[in-house]
Design a protein around this ligand. Structure first.
Ligand code: FAQ
Length: 331
């Protein structure tokens, strides 16, 4: 069934004896846990994989600001508004660290960004869903940042130095984000029956997209095997999805909410929660531009780019003027 949804399965990974000496030496350094830095030699496919993953990650942080920014003017209290503003700003910061990491791989920031605007580059499926109520802001912090942390903690040990180092700070901030989301959910669950129902509705809508955001199942994950051999990824998509479910199911019970999946049950023999079937057709539709908000998200980012043209021009003119006066000062 899955084979109808995507063209490619896992790609073959070369063994050490199939590699040329330079590539073998590179792989041996990776196997020994030595980080690769921007000026080190690296296989072209390793560089391209990093550009692909890190730029998608940067775009996700940047587009990910939009669903939450939708609620900044409508946050229920001044305190909640200040917290949400700070969180959305943090996401912009994460995008900046990541766009900088991509630049270390020889791609300009403008090119990376234009690939997002033209629709060529991917960003996380999760940000193509709408934020209909205030409880969605709680659900995003709790479930989406929760998923992001599970995914990103192993990335702190990624073999590419600049990405690994960026992830350390990102993870620290994401952990605050996750707690603020859980705090919103807790407040709603302790509130009126209407507030609790709003929290339940948000959980029901965000649960499945949060599981899918970990990426396609392992048998459909074209990049995982090679990325794990290069230690860009440390774990497969299904492993991280299971880790997220195991840590989040007890939190649902703690909040007193109903489980969003009838098959979500602790399996003593496996030592993990079992869970129901994820709708991969929906996932691939969203990834391919047919989610509920894909067009709106790209339109918002294109509008920001166009409206910021005067500012970029002013910055370039200022930099040119500075350079000219520095040169005059030097002569
Ligand atoms: N959405 O072979 P795999 C956040 C694509 S940050 C869209 O398994 P891979 C913070 C994938 O690109 C969230 N596309 O790929 C925040 C590939 O297509 P390609 C973002 C997806 O790379 C919180 C194809 O499917 N986090 O939330 C998705 O080995 C709140 C086959 O997949 C990161 O980017 C998806 N969900 O594994 C911000 C973390 N999943 O490129 C604001 C870094 C897969 O061959 C508010 N990235 N695809 O054409 C990763 O860890 C990996 O790239 C995975 C995918 C795990 C996402």
């Amino acid at each position: 069934m899955y084979a109808q949804l995507v063209e490619t399965g896992a790609k073959a990974v070369k063994t050490l004896d199939q590699m040329e000496p330079q590539e073998r030496a590179f792989q041996e350094r990776i196997n020994a846990g030595i980080k690769t830095e921007p000026k080190d030699w690296m296989p072209e496919a390793y560089r391209k994989t990093l550009v692909r993953q890190i730029s998608q990650h940067a775009h996700s942080e940047y587009v990910g600001m939009l669903p939450e920014a939708n609620w900044i003017t409508r946050a229920p209290t001044l305190k909640r508004k200040a917290i949400l503003l700070a969180k959305v700003q943090d996401e912009a910061g994460h995008a900046l660290y990541l766009y900088s990491a991509v630049e270390t791989l020889g791609v300009t920031r403008d090119q990376t960004y234009l690939d997002l605007l033209s629709g060529k580059a991917k960003y996380s499926s999760i940000f193509n869903y709408p934020t209909l109520t205030w409880a969605d802001i709680g659900a995003i912090g709790w479930l989406v940042d929760g998923s992001a942390i599970v995914n990103q903690i192993p990335l702190c040990r990624c073999s590419y130095g600049p990405y690994a180092r960026a992830m350390v700070r990102v993870c620290k901030e994401e952990s605050f984000h996750q707690r603020q989301g859980f705090d919103i959910m807790q407040a709603l669950c302790k509130g009126t029956p209407e507030q609790k129902a709003m929290a339940q509705d948000a959980l029901n809508r965000w649960w499945w997209p949060s599981l899918a955001m970990h990426g396609p199942p392992d048998e459909l994950s074209a990049n995982s095997a090679q990325s794990m051999a290069w230690k860009i990824k440390q774990n497969s998509n299904d492993e991280l999805r299971q880790r997220f479910i195991d840590q989040t199911a007890p939190q649902i019970e703690f909040l007193g909410l109903a489980l969003p999946d009838a098959d979500l049950k602790w399996n003593e023999a496996r030592g993990h929660y079992d869970y129901g079937a994820i709708d991969w057709e929906e996932f691939f539709n969203v990834v391919n531009g047919k989610g509920p908000c894909n067009q709106e998200r790209l339109a918002a980012r294109n509008q920001a780019w166009e409206e910021g043209a005067w500012f970029r021009e002013a910055m370039s003119a200022y930099a040119a003027k500075q350079e000219q006066s520095d040169m005059q000062g030097a002569t």
